[in-house]
Design a binder for this molecule. Structure first.
Ligand SMILES: [Zn+2]
Length: 70
């Protein structure tokens, strides 16, 4: 089974940000390591008010994966 499947985003391994597959550098943390092995999507609009953001350690608004890796 291919790990690439048909996911519209890849996840940054470091900060879990979800970016388009064409992106080469994470816009949040600058990492160049990505994976298609992620699950669950959370969209953080307001970092200060979001419990999920706090839980995941998210510091910038954006689209993130809940789980990255296998
Ligand atoms: Zn990142």
């Amino acid at each position: 089974m291919s790990s690439r499947q048909s996911k519209p985003f890849k996840a940054c391994i470091k900060c879990k940000a979800l970016v388009s597959p064409e992106e080469t550098k994470c816009p949040v943390c600058g990492s160049t390591e990505f994976t298609f092995e992620w699950s669950g999507m959370v969209i953080v609009m307001n970092v200060e008010k979001s419990r999920v953001a706090k839980f995941l350690g998210i510091e910038k608004p954006g689209r993130y994966a809940l789980k990255v890796g296998y």
